[in-house]
Design a protein around this ligand. Structure first.
Ligand SMILES: [Zn+2]
Length: 153
């Protein structure tokens, strides 16, 4: 299951990436180009744009009604029975690329010292070279996702 979302849904895009879903953030102009891309790559269209909703009728798409990102995520979870699987936290939040594990010694000096001293597992994005590690922020996100997923069940 892959998604494509348009401009006002940036936060939702981030949440879906956290959950491990390949989610393209389409910020270019041209609704027909968005639809073409969705069909070519077999992506589900997520949108708040009524015009796009009309254009994508009969195609795989979901019109998002909520304003708040966590409620938007709940709409998607509900519509597609999304679960937090093993893929969660395996994707770059910025560019959607799958992360790769990186040896601890390779990131010395590239992350804050206390992070280096307290963490063992590090991951990097081959595209933008950001470094990720499991931390407290991740724990909080996980709790939030668990809450959202259980509310839907
Ligand atoms: Zn990246």
């Amino acid at each position: 299951m892959k998604f494509i979302a348009d401009a006002p849904l940036g936060k939702l895009v981030k949440w879906l990436r956290i959950l491990g879903y390949d989610t393209l953030y389409f910020r270019e102009k041209g609704l027909t180009r968005l639809i073409e891309r969705a069909e070519r790559e077999d992506r589900i269209i997520l949108t708040r744009n009524r015009h796009l909703k009309r254009l994508s009728e009969g195609k795989k798409s979901l019109f998002i009604t909520q304003n708040q990102p966590s409620l938007q995520l709940r709409e998607v979870i509900q519509a597609y029975n999304i679960k937090k699987g093993e893929e969660a936290f395996s994707r770059c939040l910025v560019c959607n690329h799958p992360l790769q594990e990186i040896a601890r010694k390779e990131i010395e000096g590239k992350v804050p010292e206390y992070v280096y001293d307290t963490q063992n597992d590090f991951f990097t994005c081959p595209q933008c070279h950001r470094i990720y590690w499991p931390g407290t922020h991740l724990q909080r996100m996980e709790e939030k996702i668990d809450t959202l997923c259980s509310e839907v069940e």
